[in-house]
Design a protein around this ligand. Structure first.
Ligand code: TMP
Length: 214
């Protein structure tokens, strides 16, 4: 049987990475083969694209160029990692997927790249594949950005390209994710401003209520 595809989305510092790790441990304990992955950078070539996209000056490339690079990363990710895993029955949990492109490159920049263009890119590069469940971790950008910059300060790689944008960008982004969540029943929004363990429990409860064989 084909595996399940779950994506976690949200602005900077929402806690996705920690939650994905906890979720992976939880599903593995239940005997489910679980592949934890991320965008950008879920494959070796994707790692090179991630370095271009996430480091350096925030204005070094525009929203259109960004969207094309994120979709190049996604195409390789889907073909080389996500589909093979789903086809062998594994569950794939991805830290970001196409909703991030819609939120960042469209809503974040106030429609600098249109929804229609992004939907078209999705059709060309991803085709019919759609997550079974997309969890949006919602947090006030002021809290999220502070968390994210703190994390970066203790990291060797400075992935602060998006954090460097104005607060308005991050507020547009949050509103974008909330708007996107109304467009399909596969979305669920969770308030992420709570302790790690509490958030993990909320995510597990959600998955058990939405996915029958969880
Ligand atoms: P991360 O820090 O959550 O791993 O995400 C990397 C950065 O890339 C983050 O600032 C969001 C950004 N991003 C986009 O702008 N568009 C996309 O399509 C994706 C997947 C990520």
């Amino acid at each position: 049987m084909r595996g399940k595809f779950i994506t976690l989305e949200g602005g900077e510092g929402a806690g996705k990475t920690t939650q994905i790790k906890l979720l992976g441990e939880y599903l593995t304990q239940k005997g489910i083969e679980t592949v934890l992955t991320k965008e950008p950078g879920g494959t070796p070539i994707g790692q090179e694209l991630r370095s271009i996209l996430c480091t350096g000056d925030k204005d070094k490339i525009d929203a259109v160029a960004e969207a094309l690079l994120y979709y190049a990363d996604r195409r390789i990710h889907v073909c080389q990692k996500i589909l093979p895993a789903l086809n062998r029955g594994a569950w794939v949990i991805s830290d970001r997927f196409a909703d991030s492109t819609m939120a960042y490159q469209c809503y974040g920049y106030k429609d600098r790249i249109s929804k229609d263009t992004l939907n078209e890119l999705y059709k060309i590069t991803v085709g019919d594949l759609k997550p079974d469940l997309t969890i949006i971790l919602d947090i006030d950008p002021k809290i999220g950005l502070a968390r994210s910059l703190e994390r970066n300060a203790s990291s060797q790689i400075q992935e602060t390209r998006h954090e460097g944008r104005a607060l308005e960008f991050h507020q547009n982004l949050r509103n974008g994710f909330l708007e996107i969540s109304k467009t399909d029943s596969r979305y669920a929004v969770i308030d992420a401003n709570c302790p790690v363990e509490e958030l993990h429990k909320k995510i597990v409860r959600l998955i058990e209520s939405r996915i029958s064989d969880a």
